[in-house]
Design a protein around this ligand. Structure first.
Ligand SMILES: [Zn+2]
Length: 190
């Protein structure tokens, strides 16, 4: 009885479902040019980034972002960035990266990305990052010659024509939308 009440309570609170609940995957390139394939990427424990543009503070969800270029110097607390969104918009502003010369005096810590790589837990201060490329979907293998797409991760060559397969990013948010529309043509809510 009590268990049922609790369960209903959780459901009505809106336990994260859908794309927001999915872990974020990204490729991070640091200032030395090292590449990291990161799963479950978060910034200060969240999947959002705050972009300052003048007096405006813009909240951007990771899943809206395609790419971030950190274009400032390493010692800046407010690092200039260029952000490309999935809808094609390009935003320029700054993000707070913490630290900095003034920051150390004040005891400010460095704001960092966290996540996991194949080697284990991963942390990188924002100011050490040069580029972040967010995957909006899953990586599949595609044959550049015949266009076939393969979900099998161990395929390296096209079984039809032997061409070396290339990795492509397939947007699962779009796939999910299509599936939901097919499954429930009219639920009356969006
Ligand atoms: Zn092929």
């Amino acid at each position: 009885m009590l268990r049922n009440v609790l369960l209903v309570g959780l459901l009505s609170l809106g336990v994260p479902t859908g794309t927001d609940a999915k872990e974020v995957r990204a490729t991070i390139i640091d200032r030395d040019g090292n590449r990291f394939e990161v799963r479950d990427l978060k910034l200060e424990g969240q999947k959002v980034l705050f972009l300052m543009r003048g007096d405006e503070r813009l909240k951007l969800r990771f899943r809206e972002i395609r790419k971030i270029d950190f274009i400032g110097g390493r010692s800046e607390e407010e690092m200039p960035v260029r952000i490309k969104l999935r809808d094609g918009r390009l935003l320029v502003g700054t993000v707070y990266v913490g630290g900095g010369l003034v920051g150390y005096v004040r005891g400010a810590r460095l704001v960092s990305f966290t996540g996991h790589t194949d080697l284990g837990k991963f942390t990188i201060p924002l100011r050490d990052v040069r580029e972040v490329f967010f995957y909006g979907g899953v990586l599949l293998r595609r044959c550049p010659k015949c266009g076939h797409i393969f979900e099998q991760k161990d395929y390296k060559f096209c079984p039809y024509d032997g061409t070396k397969l290339e990795l492509v990013e397939v947007d699962t948010t779009k796939i999910d939308t299509v599936r939901q529309e097919e499954a429930k043509p009219d639920t009356g809510r969006r």
